[in-house]
Ligand binder design. Sequence first.
Ligand SMILES: Cc1ncc(COP(=O)(O)O)c(C=O)c1O
Length: 394
Amino acid sequence: MGFSMSSVFNCTGHDIRVPDIVDSDGAWLVDAGGNRYLDLESGVWCLPLGHKHPRINAAMARQAESIAHTGFCYSSNIVEQAARSVLSIADMDAGQCVFLSSGSEAVELARQMCRHIAPDAATLCLHDAYFGSYSATTERGDGWFEFDWQECAICPDREDCKSDCPRLQGIPDAVSIFAFEPGSASGFVRFPPVSLIKNITRLIQGRGGKILVNEVTTGMGRTGAWFGCNHYEIDPDFLCMGKGLGNGYPVSALAINRRTAKELEQGTFRYMQSHQNDPMAAAIAHEVIAVFRDENLIRKAADKGKKFLAALQTLTDDNNIREVRGRGMIYGIDFVDGEVGDRIYEGLLKQGYIVCNRGGMFRIDPPLVTEEADFMGFVDVFRNLLAAEVAATG
Ligand SMILES: Cc1ncc(COP(=O)(O)O)c(C=O)c1O
């Protein structure tokens, strides 16, 4: 095809498998040879409304005609409107919001704010939580307490976890920040027990601490609710969003509840980035939320999610798949043998289906607008590839 990526430095750890994408439409990508691919990863979880959404493209074009970027001392009404939309879906109407560019930045800012309020506080996170490319993921040394919840997942009391459980009692006194990722993306679609999370939250709030929820992947309808934390009946102080908020455009947001915003206002907290509260980013986030509401996408994601999960679970009839699990429209599929997973991945790609393959585990997070017929077509192809594996191994 004569297409090379020799000038692009790739440090993601992932090979580029299709280098020549020239078009897109909804859940589909098209390469230069006219081959179509169903994008069941939503890019990097970023496209709840699918590629090239007409209303998002129109909002971008409209905004580009007026103002895309301003300095810190100048703003535009669209930023205030978008902040209200974000706070309303976060259920923090009386709070305040900051727009940034990436999920990592939103989490980093939230943690800096927590540390500003309580400089000596240690942060608890679940052992398999991921917070992005910055210090919350890469430097979890002093000041962090990792809580391994694997034992809790198999505990007989997991549905009704007791607050006097020795594991909870073992959380050091210095811990008064809980950074919670409600659905462990890097932990491969595993969801910690509700009663455990409620107890940790109660403990931290009882200490006057802060709850920071990372909704970069689990937000924007992905779990069949606006946010992953909606499944946990908790009341966060900080809610970080990214990815789906911009439907492909780099915008993230940090929603801060009123009490915490007031606390910060009284101090000397400062944080500046060039693209903080950009009108273009705000206009896109505002329109994405409007499309979600107009198209009743949260309800649809919950309903469609159940159908898609049920269809995927029919694949477990085969000896090659150990488990299929999911919540809303995010699914994890564990293979018994990782090499079989690798071969199925190649077979799917060849037939025009993109999934995330992580060494014997598939993660699937389709655009929320994926057509049911397209998804069922994928399940059929997957089933045929599994059958071919069984036939080949006798
Ligand atoms: C759970 C979670 N949090 C944060 C991030 C960081 O977001 P970004 O890559 O936009 O900085 C990611 C990215 O994959 C993520 O999966």
